[in-house]
Design a protein around this ligand. Sequence first.
Ligand SMILES: Cc1cc2nc3c(=O)[nH]c(=O)nc-3n(C[C@H](O)[C@H](O)[C@H](O)COP(=O)(O)OP(=O)(O)OC[C@H]3O[C@@H](n4cnc5c(N)ncnc54)[C@H](O)[C@@H]3O)c2cc1C
Length: 557
Amino acid sequence: MNKPSFDPYVELLLASREHSLTSYASMLADFAEWVRTDVDSQAAYTDRYAPPILETYDRNGAVVNRIVLNSRYEEQHAEVYRRGIIGLPYSEGAPHLLTFTMGYLLAQADISLHCPVTLTGAVAYVLGYHAPQDVRARYLQDVVRMDGLAKTGGTWATEQHGGSDVGATTTRATRADGHFRLHGLKWFTSNTNSGLALATARPDGAPAGSEGLGLYLVPSHLEDGSPNFYRIRRLKEKLGTKGLPTGEIELEGALAIEVAPPPYGLKMMMEALEYSRIHNAVGAAGIQRRALREALEWAKSRRAFGKTLIEFPMVQDQLLSMRVRYEACTLLAFEAAIAFDEALADPERRAWLRIATALAKYLSAEDAIYSTRSALELLGGNGYTRDFATERVLRDAQVLTVWEGPANIQALELLRMLSAKYAGAKLYEARMRTVLNSMPDDLSELRPMLTARLREDLRAIEQVGSSKQHAERYARKLLHRLSQSLAFALMCELASKAEDGTSLHCALTTLRYFEEIEPPAIGAENEKVRSHSIELLEEVQLLQVSNLPAVSGAVQS
Ligand SMILES: Cc1cc2nc3c(=O)[nH]c(=O)nc-3n(C[C@H](O)[C@H](O)[C@H](O)COP(=O)(O)OP(=O)(O)OC[C@H]3O[C@@H](n4cnc5c(N)ncnc54)[C@H](O)[C@@H]3O)c2cc1C
């Protein structure tokens, strides 16, 4: 009997890091199958025919904040928690890597289902690891239970004046009867019908700026079952993630429980955000996986000028570009996912976690746009229509660059981590040198490339750090450069560790990725890679699990 497989490429990378999720392999294979079939069909249906609808008031005019979901989305929304996507790390000590891996799989079909998982996981993480003991004892179980009745989470930080500058929060927290009451307007709240949300607010008398922020847990309902004191004003009409309710919430004295007083509120919300950013990165890698699959299946069957598309060298080049970027971003995203568990065990690893997360969040989101756009283009006019998944996947992918902090905000986080306080430059150099030192002789072609890349990275870090003006001007360019360099290094590392027969041509794809980040002159491409193009594309089939449904097309009702 075949070993259960959920994703051969991720399995290969996890095995190379000695982080295999072996004991969960069957469960993950089953989860992947559910995602590819039921979830994918629900996602297409919800996006097109049955997005959520808000009913703020009941027939008597009382606030009910009811969000009407179609039954298929609603069932899967409960099912994903029943399968343990959030619960398993808490009920049986599974690594959080398991949750991130499930997020990677889920995003291949439905970002609208993955986003609430991200938020619920963030709430569970704050409650489980950072909240006061009494708050944890009362509320953690509500979000980690696996009996189909779990409450889902929300994180409410963004206000109308802006989402990046959370320190400017205007929501007030007033102490009353041993609890707090929140007043203010939260401008973007995804999974708006969450059962438990974390909200930033400023207690009366606290100073301005981020120092004055506390963090509060807001239940959707009071202990007697009546709705908490807030009103969902409206749901946003969005470009994508249409299955996901994202609303504006007017807090009108909402009862709230203190999770962290000032000056710790923002820091704790940042912890939640850190967790969500890793989900963003694995989700973006998953979306790239999906785009590659759609494009490849099409290129192998579509004919033009008497040939199948895949026979044309330009098409091969486009597909290879998608393959190597997908692999690079998957490695980056899992670098952060692995670092998350490591940092829980050893706080010294936190700085590396934050660096890897900023790099992974940025590049995976950018390349998710690149790959979904490329897939749509390869499917041509059909790809632009709703008969094919590519247009939804492209619309959904767009949000990955925005939420959890856009590129410039990741660049500012990188600058912070490179400062003397966190000594990030040393950590970055050390990680790159570990790869260089472990490269075997048969990868001698790659070694000088990585050496040169690191030399220039260090020069760039120094340049950017030389003055405040340089830092503000070039941080994003540095983010771009370092994320690609680290991704390239991680590909070198995988190529170094891959055994004969399972190498999946790692060295060739790594050479090809280098051409993505440092394009050669026309005609000067690596000949070895070019001559293996078809083989490398056929191999993508091996990266897939068998019994995949055909390319998803029309919506199934
Ligand atoms: C579908 C969707 C769902 C969302 N769900 C939630 C949610 O559940 N909870 C929540 O709290 N938020 C949510 N958001 C909000 C999201 O987190 C914010 O949109 C995001 O953080 C950016 O904030 P902003 O939109 O206010 O942009 P701004 O903060 O106004 O930034 C605008 C632009 O300016 C740039 N910029 C800002 N400051 C700087 C600087 N110092 N230097 C250089 N560039 C800068 C940014 O990079 C960005 O490109 C959601 C957004 C969307 C689209």
